[in-house]
Design a protein around this ligand. Structure first.
Ligand code: BGC
Length: 422
C-alpha cells in the first residue's frame, strides 16, 4: 500500500507574506488631506491629531529593512494622493520621487510591493467639491491613478485602487456614521470641515464615513475608471480593490439582518470585482447581529482588553464567501488583532493563517496574506489607543520594538506556513 505524504504546507511557492500600512496612519505630517482637517476642527470626533504618526515618511528605509529582516517577502502600503496632487491637476515631482524610493527600497530588500492608490484620505480640495458623493470624482481619481501608474508603475505589479469602499456600511450599522447627507448637519466634525472648505456639512463626503447610495455609485465608478486608466498605461498591472467584508452571524432573530448586511456590505461589492485581477479581503472579526443590529459578545467569549470578541476564524469564512461569489484570485490584504496583549495576537495569527491555508487546500486561489499592521499606528477616530502592530513604536523616540508576534509571523513566512503544522 502506498501512502501519499500530506504536504508540509498548503501555501503555494511564491505566496506573499507581508504587513500592511496606510500613508496617513504612519507617515506623519499629512496636512493637506481631509482627515487632517477633521482631526483639527473644534469638538472633533477624532480622539487626537495624527501629528508625526510613526514618521514613516522619513524612516521608511529602516522600516522596510526591519520587515525584511523578519523574513517577510511583501509590503502593502498606500500612496498619499494629497501629497502627489496637492492642488487639482498639479503633481508634485518630490512626492513622486519619495514613493519611487520606497518602491526601490522594497526591491532592494526582496519585498514585493502591493500599492494602494487611495486609503481613506483624500486631498482637501476633492472634499470641497463634493468628495465621494460627487459625480465628477471618478474622472479626477482616474487622472491621478493614470499619472501615478505612468510615474511609478515600472516598479510594482499589484495595484489596489481603493481601500474598503464598504467600510462605511459596517460603521453605520455600528452607529459610527450617518445614513444620509442631511444627518451630517449639526455634527461638529462635518460642520467645522464645511466652514473651512466653504461648503455645507451635508456635502462633506469623506471616503471612510460615507455610506449613502450616492457614495456607492461614485466609488464603484471610480474603481472602474481607475482600473481602465491603470491598464491603459500598464496593461500587465494586476488591479483590484480591497473590501472590508465581515463574517456575519445571526443571534436569535437576526437572520434577516444578516442576509441584508451580507448583501449590502459584502456581496454587491464582491460582484463589482468580476473582471478584476484579484480581490483584496480585509477582515478582523465576526459581526453578530440581532434583529436591531450588532449584539455584544456572549458571556464566556474570548475578548481583547477592550472587550471586543476575538474570532480569528472570520477570515476563512470571508475568503470562502468571496470565492463562492466571484471567481477571481484573492489576496488577504488585511487581517489582524487590536490588543495590548501580544500573546493574543500570536494565537490569533496562527489560527487565522491556518484558516487561510485550509481554504487554499480546498482549491481557493489565495495569493497572499498581509497582516495589519506592520507597526502600532494612528487608528483614525480612536487615535493612538488601539494597538494592531507586530512592531511597537515608542511615540517619543520613534524607536521600533518588534513584539513576539513579529517573530512568530516571520517564522510562518520563512517556512511558508509549514511551522503551523509542527
Ligand atoms: C483599515 C485600516 C484600519 C484597520 C483596523 C481597516 O479598516 O483599512 O486603515 O486601521 O482596519 O481598524
Amino acid at each position: 500500500m502506498t501512502t501519499t505524504p500530506s504536504p508540509a504546507t498548503p501555501f503555494p511557492a511564491g505566496f506573499l507574506w507581508g504587513t500592511a500600512t496606510a500613508a496617513h496612519q504612519v507617515e506623519g505630517g499629512n496636512t493637506n488631506n481631509d482627515v487632517w482637517l477633521y482631526e483639527h476642527v473644534p469638538n472633533t470626533m477624532y480622539a487626537e491629531s495624527s501629528g508625526d504618526a510613526c514618521d514613516h515618511f522619513t524612516r521608511y528605509r529602516q522600516d522596510i529593512a526591519l520587515l525584511a529582516s523578519l523574513g517577510l517577502n511583501a509590503y502593502r502600503f498606500s500612496l498619499e494622493w494629497s501629497r502627489i496632487e496637492p492642488a487639482p491637476g498639479e503633481f508634485s515631482a518630490a512626492a513622486i520621487e519619495h514613493y519611487r524610493d520606497m518602491l526601490r527600497a522594497c526591491h532592494e530588500h526582496g519585498l514585493t510591493p502591493i500599492v494602494t492608490y487611495h486609503h481613506f484620505t483624500s486631498p482637501a480640495w476633492l472634499i470641497a467639491r463634493g468628495g465621494w458623493e460627487d459625480a465628477g470624482t471618478p474622472e479626477l481619481f482616474a487622472r491621478y491613478c493614470r499619472r501615478v501608474t505612468a510615474e511609478l508603475g515600472d516598479l510594482f505589479d499589484i495595484a489596489c485602487t481603493m481601500n474598503e469602499p464598504n467600510l462605511a456600511i459596517l460603521l453605520c450599522e455600528m452607529g459610527l456614521c450617518e445614513d444620509t447627507p442631511a444627518q451630517r448637519l449639526g455634527n461638529p466634525t462635518w460642520e467645522g470641515a464645511a466652514r473651512a472648505l466653504g461648503t455645507t456639512a451635508d456635502r462633506i463626503a469623506g471616503f471612510q464615513l460615507s455610506a449613502t447610495s450616492e457614495a456607492f455609485e461614485v466609488k464603484v465608478a471610480a474603481h472602474r475608471a481607475a482600473r481602465r486608466a491603470i491598464k491603459e498605461v500598464k496593461p500587465t498591472m494586476r488591479v483590484g480593490w480591497t473590501l472590508a467584508n465581515s463574517d456575519f452571524h445571526a443571534a436569535p432573530g437576526g437572520e434577516e439582518r444578516v442576509a441584508q448586511m451580507n448583501e449590502e456590505n459584502n456581496l454587491r461589492y464582491l460582484r463589482v470585482s468580476e473582471g478584476d485581477d484579484f480581490v483584496g479581503l480585509q477582515t478582523y472579526n465576526r459581526t453578530v447581529l440581532g434583529p436591531d443590529g450588532p449584539v455584544p459578545p456572549a458571556a464566556g467569549a474570548v475578548v481583547n482588553p477592550a472587550g471586543e470578541e476575538i474570532w480569528p476564524w472570520a477570515i476563512g469564512a470571508v475568503v470562502r464567501q468571496a470565492w463562492d461569489t466571484v471567481k477571481v484570485p484573492i489576496i488577504v490584504t488585511e487581517n489582524g488583532l487590536n490588543t495590548d496583549d501580544d500573546t493574543q495576537r500570536v494565537d490569533f495569527l496562527r489560527t487565522a493563517i491556518t484558516e487561510v491555508g485550509a481554504a487554499i487546500a480546498d482549491g481557493i486561489p489565495v495569493e497572499g496574506y498581509m497582516c495589519w499592521s506592520a507597526m502600532d499606528n494612528f487608528e483614525w477616530i480612536f487615535g493612538y489607543g488601539p494597538k494592531f502592530g507586530i512592531i511597537a513604536v515608542d511615540r517619543t523616540s520613534q524607536e521600533r520594538l518588534p513584539k513576539p508576534s513579529a517573530y512568530t509571523f516571520g517564522e510562518i513566512a520563512q517556512t511558508n506556513g509549514a511551522c503551523l503544522r509542527a
